[in-house]
Every structure is written in structure tokens, then in C-alpha cells.
Design a protein around this ligand. Structure first.
Ligand SMILES: Nc1nc2c(ncn2[C@@H]2O[C@H](COP(=O)(O)OP(=O)(O)OP(=O)(O)O)[C@@H](O)[C@H]2O)c(=O)[nH]1
Length: 827
């Protein structure tokens, strides 16, 4: 690394004997020199150091990412990192359990305080920037580190954790230095630990050491040759050129006895070129004795080991060693001084950038604070709340309208539903009275909004057209027919058939109409969530404009409830409306069955429906599904053949056969015992379940333009007074006519009334009345009732806690900022 901390030059990178001597001399000076100049410089150092220390504490507590210069000690397990930290601190604090080792980073903030003759260590709370009471005893410190480590690892269920323990130590015999101890690299997990522990340690240490503002203090035992170093490559991955790496050869005492000649020592000290010319390691030995000694004795032993090492190299090695070149790098004292100076240099260099960053963070935190305060204030400001809530409700209504009119966001693939999903989720899986599954075109596509509404409408039409006029017993026919005959008049058969058809239509269509309303209401109710999602994604800066409605759960619930009840109200209204249409079309006074233009219209397919209906019908049949296996799917999906594009599914029968020439042929006396289907000529395979009138023995008994011909009418009396039980003729005639009437009623009901009623009953109010309805329900209330939606004591507590924490953060960052402004002036 560029090690010019010892002097203004770079003694390590460009070895210059003169500079190195000077550096060595300076290294030998104590950090708390009594010299006037150095004491002024020392005061500067100290204030800078303390400012960084406070900033570091705040950063750790609040998770702030600030590029504070720090030293990270890394290396293999038992390479001596913790021992080096103790030596730097000047007293033993960590009664190590060799088995356990370091499992959480330990941030050691050492503060040189001449007044603290006994070390005062305080631990930062696990989740705040506060420091606890001083812990004096070394064993108590070790216990605390161990218990915190164990508790945290247990909590997260891991063998190692990157969450640091922060300890601040004030002592007269320690330098101003902050260093982070890390778990040692291991090759294999210990017994009982997860297999991947070595990798976890490696990646955790790498991420701790990666920020460029951190210095790496890499320890490797002296007994290991550089060529067989286990971890050097990992360090090179983090810092390939050792620009910010300080290399320490630890346990140097273990190697000393191997040197006998000076060239051997010098070659070893030069690291044999393995680390490059510009990188020079420090060689450190510490006291081996782990017994309990006083702090003073501990420090004395450290100094003694330094002296012993030098003495050994001078006295026991033939020719000594190159002192000019290597002495500044031998011994703990040199390392300590170098680290302190290097860190101070980095602090000084980083101060302007830190000041700028602090300035920025202060403004950001202030902004955050004012946002919270604004929110808190808004919780009690009724008029503000009303305004925000109204804007929010209006926005939701607008999105509902847009979704009805046709929109493709949010993603239909995620938010839309297929027909089966709609059926299942709405609780209306099948259409009452319809046994076969009804599959409208595009049933597999995920649709929502207006598209899903249209698909349900088409499904409803398919369902109604798949219903046949149910068989009627001879008794019923006889009862109706004979009563008509009793009243006189010639229209007995027609009237009886019409009466039968009306009763059947009422019984069969009423539940289908109810189901259609429920299914359509479900489609509309589903739009609320989509509108909320659209609102969220379209208006990301919504709160800035209109106030943030997040967290007001009561209001959101009321809005949803109100929306649902609006749609349910529409559903109820539509049910009544379509029931009314059903009643009127099946009323004895209805002329539906006898309208000439109606039958003619069916036959010609021209003017009997509004133009818009034809257009709608065409749109229903656009099958947008993927075309693979299309034929099979088409067969299943109730799609009429092409020649019916301008008609509804049930029109096939009328247009092709009996109604082709505005007349229908009634079959002559088929056997009453034939199944009704056969009697009525129902073609099962025809999806429209239409009736095919005709048989092997036809007789020209006709109904022209919907009215039975005179010839036929003249015969009515003979039908009536014949034996219905024996002769099937009257019965079959009536059944056939009833089927025709049933089809007409259905046609008129679906094409003329219900489709438009459902559209205008559901969609028009959603577009035009929704916002007013919601507004009346939610906002046309007293303030007291309005505020009921905003009573959220939990939410207010959260906001207040957030404000408290932000205020604290702002205060600390502000004081750090002021401190750095002062430092900047002194630079
Ligand atoms: N001979 C000798 N032993 C040392 C020296 N430094 C440390 N030790 C011993 O080496 C062992 C491991 O030292 P630690 O400081 O715990 O090593 P560590 O790197 O912190 O270990 P982990 O935290 O588990 O990675 C201890 O028994 C120390 O007494 C030294 O300079 N010379």
C-alpha cells in the first residue's frame, strides 16, 4: 500500500534507506508526545478521530452507509488477530475460548484518553446508537462478547453473522484507532456447524473488506511460507495490488530460531518478492503467556518481546540483519504507530468528502422527517383528510371507468381471469337448467373489465339458447286446451301453446337471468383491486400531490365496502329490471308471439334487431384464442357456424327451416309415445338446441307470419273435441307450437330487452354514478363519522416512533456535520 503515513514520503512502497531511518525513528515515538508541536498535531488528530468515532457509531446504529476510513483485521483462524487487538488496546479483554473463535465482527473504537488510567469499555446497544454502562473487568468483557454472539447467532439460526458488536474503549495506554476484528478464515466447518460455514466466513469477510475506504490488516503466521499461503489469493481478490492492505507476519517469535545467517533473515524479511517490490510486511511477536497478569505487566511484556526480537536478530544471527531497511517494520510498536498514523492520514483525506456526504444525508433525513410530520399532522387535520380521501376515491373511480372502457394494464396475464376461474371464484359454476358446459369464445384468455363483461354476456346468451322448451304432460295440455274450448273461440291451440311457452319461459329464464346478474356483478366487483393497483402504479408520486393514503386501513376498507355495495345494488336493480322484462314478455297480453315482422325478421335476418345488436353479435364471435386444436375447441365453445354471424345462436332453426318462408310446417300425428326429442325433432348435436320442425309424414298445416291459417283454425274444434289421450295429433301440435313460442319469447327477451338492460343497468352507472354514490356514502357524513374511518391508533404510534427515531438521527447527523465543519476549517 501507499504507506506514507510515517512521513510525507512513502517508505514502504519506495524503500529509501534514509527515509526508512527517519520513519523508524518516528515510529519509535509515542503517540502522545509531550513536544509542543506534536501535542498540537495530536489534538488535531484526536478531534478528527473522535469526530469519526461518533460518526461511525451513528452509522452503525442507523445503518448509514458512510465511507468512514476503518481498519479491518483479516486472516486465517488463530493467526493472532484478537491478540493483536488486545495488544493495541493495552490490556487483555478477551479471555478467548479457542473452540469458539470470533463469530461476529467486533468493532473496536480505541480512544486515547490520558485521564483514563483504567480502561473504560462500553458496548453499543444492539439496536441503537446508545452505549451502555462501562464494563471494567476483562472477564466481564469477554463474557459479554460471548453471550451477545451466542444470543444473536441463536436468534438468526446461523454459525456466523456480519452484524458487528461495537465496543468503545477509553484508555490512557491505547492509541486513537478504530479496528474491526473479523472471524478467521477456515478450511472446514467445525463439528456441529453447517458445512458451508467456511464459505460464509469468506464471503462475509470479503464484503466487510470490500468498501474502498477500508484498510485491510492481513495477518499470516510466520511459520507459513508465502508460496503456500492459504489466504493470500483471497486477499488479492479483494485488493489485487495491496493498495490498501497492510500485511502482518504474526507470531514472528516462532520463526526466529530458524535464522542463523544474516542473508537468511534479510531474504525472509523481504518476503522473497512474493508480495511485490512495493509491499512490505510488518513482523510482529506478542507475549505467549496467556496467564492472568496486570495490564501494566501485559504492556511491559509486549515491549519486552519487541526488544527480545531485535536482540535475537542482532545477537543470535551471524551478521545481524539489514536494520536500515527492515527495522521500521519489526515489532508491535512499529505496527501500532504506523496504523495510527495511516488512519489519521486517511481521516484527513476523507474529511471533505465525508462533510459533503453528511450534508446530503442531513438534508435527506430532514426531508424524511418533514414527510412524517406532514403525515402525522394530516392524521388530525380533517379537511386535509377529506380532500385526500376524496381525491383518492375519485382516482379509483376513474380507473374503474378506464378498465370498463378497455385497458390492458395492470397485466391481464396476472390480474385477468379465464371463464372457469370466474365461474369458480364467483360461486356460480354453471347456468341453472343448463347441463352442458357453456364455453364462450376466448374462454381461456385472462380477461377483466369491459372485455370480461362482454364475454359473460355472450356466455349468458349461449346458455339461454341451449335451453329447449321442456316437455309438457298430456294432462296439462288437455287442461289448458279444453278450458279454452269451453270459453269458445277458435284460437284454442295457439293460445294453449302460448300459455305453455310462457310458463316454461318464466320457469327457465328467471334463474338464468339471476345468474347472469351475479356473474356480471362479480366481474365488476373484481375491478376494485385492479383500480387500486392501477392507481398505485400510475400515481407513484401520488402522496406528494394528494396526501399519502397508505396506512389508513379503515378508509380503504370503507371505500371497498362502499364500492361492493354499489355493485351489489346494481345487481339487485338489474335483477328486478330483467325480471320485469321477463314478466312483460311472458304476459298473456304480450303480442310477442304474433309479431309478423319478428318472424319475418328472423327468417330474413334483416331488420328485426337494432343494428348495434348485430355489431355486438359479431364481436362476440371473434375468437382470439390460440388456433392450435381450433376445430375441437370451436366445437366446444358454442360458436355458431359462419352463416350465422349476424344472428344469435338460437336463430339457426328458424332461419333454416320452418321460418325460412315465414311459415312453419306442423308434423302430422307422430306417435305420442315417441320421445319428446324425437317428436319435436330436436337435433341434439346442434349447439343451439334448436327445433327442427318436420318429419317423415308432413301435412301442410301452416302458420303464416306467426298466425295460424284459417284452414288450420277451422280444424281447431276437431282437435279439441278429439281424444287427446289417444290421438297424438293435438298434443304434438301444441307442443310444437309451444316450442315455437318459447323460442320467440327467448329471442325477444334476450335480443330486445335483456342485453341492453344489463349494459345500461351495470356499465352506465359505473361510469356515471359511481363517484357520486361513493362520495355520498363516504363523505356526506359528519366529521365524527368521517373520522371513524381514520381511527388507527397503531398506525399513529408507528408514525410517532418513526418520527422520534428520525429526530434523533437528524440531531446526531447534524452534530456530526458541525463537528466535521470544524475539522474542515482546521485542515
Ligand atoms: N507464540 C505466539 N503465539 C501467539 C502470538 N499471537 C497470538 N498467539 C497465540 O495464538 C493463538 C490464537 O490467537 P488469537 O488472537 O485468538 O487468534 P485469532 O486470529 O483472533 O483467532 P480467531 O478469532 O479464532 O480467528 C492464541 O493462543 C494466542 O496466544 C504470538 O505472537 N506468538
Amino acid at each position: 500500500m501507499a504507506a506514507n503515513a510515517l512521513t510525507t514520503s512513502t517508505p514502504i512502497k519506495t524503500p529509501n534507506p534514509k527515509v526508512h531511518s527517519a520513519a523508524a525513528r518516528r515510529v519509535a515515538q509515542p503517540s502522545h508526545s509531550t513536544n509542543a508541536d506534536s501535542s498540537a498535531a495530536s489534538a488535531d488528530f484526536k478531534s478528527r478521530f473522535e469526530a469519526y468515532n461518533r460518526l461511525q457509531a451513528a452509522a452503525f446504529a442507523f445503518g448509514e452507509k458512510l465511507p468512514i476510513p476503518e481498519i479491518v483485521a483479516v486472516g486465517g483462524q488463530s493467526d493472532g488477530k484478537s491478540s493483536l487487538l488486545e495488544a493495541l488496546l493495552g490490556f487483555r479483554f478477551n479471555v478467548r475460548e479457542v473452540e469458539m473463535g470470533t463469530r461476529r465482527p467486533l468493532v473496536l473504537q480505541m480512544v486515547h484518553d490520558p485521564a483514563s488510567l483504567e480502561p473504560r469499555c462500553r458496548f453499543q446497544d444492539e439496536d441503537s446508537e446508545e452505549y451502555g454502562c462501562p464494563v471494567v473487568l476483562g472477564t466481564a468483557i469477554a463474557d459479554l462478547i460471548r453471550s451477545r454472539t451466542e444470543a444473536h447467532l441463536k436468534k438468526i439460526g446461523a454459525a456466523v453473522s456480519s452484524k458487528p458488536i461495537v465496543m468503545r474503549a477509553e484508555y490512557a495506554h491505547c492509541p486513537n484507532l478504530t479496528i474491526i476484528d473479523t472471524p478467521g478464515f477456515v478450511l472446514k466447518a467445525k463439528k456441529g456447524e453447517p458445512e458451508n460455514t467456511p464459505n460464509e466466513i469468506l464471503s462475509m469477510v470479503k464484503s466487510l473488506a470490500s468498501p474502498p475506504h477500508r484498510l485491510l490488516l492481513f495477518l499470516q503466521q510466520s511459520s507459513v511460507e508465502w508460496c503456500s499461503s492459504l489466504w493470500l489469493d483471497s486477499i488479492k481478490e479483494i485488493d489485487p495490488t495491496f493498495k490498501r492492505t497492510i500485511i502482518v507476519v504474526s507470531k514472528f517469535d516462532n520463526r526466529l530460531k530458524e535464522f542463523s545467517e544474516s542473508w537468511e533473515v534479510d531474504r525472509y524479511l523481504s518476503a522473497s518478492g512474493y508480495l511485490g517490490d512495493n509491499t512490505h510486511p510488518f513482523f510482529v511477536a506478542l507475549p505467549k503467556d496467556r496467564g492472568m497478569v496486570t495490564n501494566e505487566e501485559f504492556r511491559r511484556q509486549i515491549s519486552q518481546v519487541d526488544l527480545d526480537v531485535l536482540h535475537h536478530l542482532r545477537q543470535n544471527v551471524k551478521g545481524g540483519f539489514n536494520e536500515e531497511k527492515f527495522e521500521p517494520f519489526i515489532g508491535f510498536g512499529c505496527l501500532r504507530k504506523f496504523l495510527e498514523c495511516e488512519l489519521q492520514k486517511r481521516y484527513k483525506e476523507a474529511a471533505p468528502a465525508t462533510l459533503a456526504l453528511l450534508d446530503q444525508r442531513c438534508s435527506e433525513v430532514s426531508l424524511e422527517l418533514s414527510r412524517i410530520e406532514y403525515k402525522l399532522q394530516a392524521t388530525s387535520d380533517i379537511s386535509h383528510l377529506r380532500k385526500s380521501a376524496m381525491l383518492h376515491a375519485a382516482s379509483i373511480c376513474t380507473h374503474v371507468g378506464a378498465l370498463i372502457d378497455g385497458a390492458a394494464d395492470p397485466a391481464p396475464e396476472q390480474w385477468g381471469k379465464s371463464t372457469v376461474e370466474e365461474q369458480q371464484e364467483s360461486g356460480f359454476g354453471s347456468w341453472p337448467g343448463v347441463i352442458a358446459a357453456v364455453k364462450p369464445p376466448n374462454c381461456n384468455l385472462r380477461l377483466y373489465g369491459g372485455a370480461a363483461f362482454e364475454r359473460v354476456m355472450h356466455e349468458f346468451r349461449c346458455a339461454t339458447y341451449s335451453i329447449e322448451c321442456p316437455p309438457v304432460s298430456r294432462e296439462k295440455v288437455a287442461n289448458i286446451l279444453l278450458a279454452h274450448a269451453g270459453r269458445g273461440g277458435g284460437g284454442g291451440i295457439v293460445e294453449a301453446a302460448a300459455e305453455i311457452a310462457r310458463a316454461a319461459a318464466r320457469a327457465w329464464f328467471a334463474p338464468i337471468l339471476d345468474t347472469a346478474c351475479e356473474r356480471l356483478a362479480f366481474v365488476l366487483r373484481s375491478l376494485f383491486d385492479l383500480a387500486v393497483e392501477r392507481n398505485r402504479s400510475h400515481d407513484s408520486d401520488y402522496w406528494q400531490k394528494n396526501g399519502d393514503m397508505d396506512g389508513y386501513i379503515g378508509f380503504h376498507a370503507a371505500l371497498r365496502r362502499s364500492y361492493n355495495s354499489f355493485v351489489n345494488g346494481l345487481s339487485k336493480h338489474c335483477k328486478q329490471l330483467v325480471r320485469h322484462h321477463l314478466d312483460s314478455v311472458t304476459s298473456p297480453y304480450s303480442q310477442v308471439c304474433y309479431e309478423p315482422d319478428f318472424l319475418g325478421g328472423i327468417g330474413s335476418g334483416s331488420n328485426s334487431y337494432p343494428r348495434s345488436n348485430q355489431i355486438q353479435s359479431i364481436s362476440y364471435f371473434l375468437d382470439l384464442s390460440e388456433s392450435t386444436g381450433a376445430q375441437e375447441e370451436m366445437d366446444q365453445e358454442n360458436v355458431p357456424p359462419k352463416d350465422q354471424l349476424n344472428t344469435t345462436p338460437g336463430k339457426k332453426m328458424e332461419s333454416r327451416e320452418a321460418l325460412k318462408e315465414s311459415q312453419m310446417t306442423i308434423p302430422e300425428t307422430p306417435s305420442p309415445d315417441l320421445p319428446v326429442d324425437a317428436v319435436l325433432g330436436v337435433r341434439k348435436k346442434d349447439n343451439s338446441h334448436c327445433l327442427d320442425i318436420g318429419g317423415r309424414k308432413r301435412q301442410a298445416r301452416t302458420v303464416t307470419n306467426g298466425r295460424i291459417s284459417d284452414a288450420t283454425r277451422n280444424q281447431n274444434s276437431s282437435f279439441v273435441f278429439g281424444d287427446i289421450a289417444k290421438s297424438g295429433s293435438s298434443y304434438i301440435d301444441i307442443c310444437s307450437l309451444a316450442a315455437q313460442h318459447f323460442a320467440r319469447i327467448r329471442e325477444v327477451l334476450i335480443e330486445r330487452s335483456v342485453s341492453s338492460a344489463l349494459n345500461s343497468g351495470f356499465l352506465t352507472p359505473c361510469r356515471e354514478r359511481l363517484i357520486v354514490a361513493l362520495g355520498l356514502e363516504l363523505f356526506a357524513v359528519t366529521d365524527e363519522n368521517f373520522m371513524d374511518m381514520f381511527v388507527a391508533p397503531g398506525a399513529i404510534d408507528v408514525l410517532q416512533n418513526e418520527r422520534k427515531s428520525l429526530q434523533k438521527r437528524e440531531k446526531i447527523l447534524q452534530s456530526c456535520l458541525n463537528e466535521f465543519k470544524n475539522i474542515a476549517r482546521a485542515l
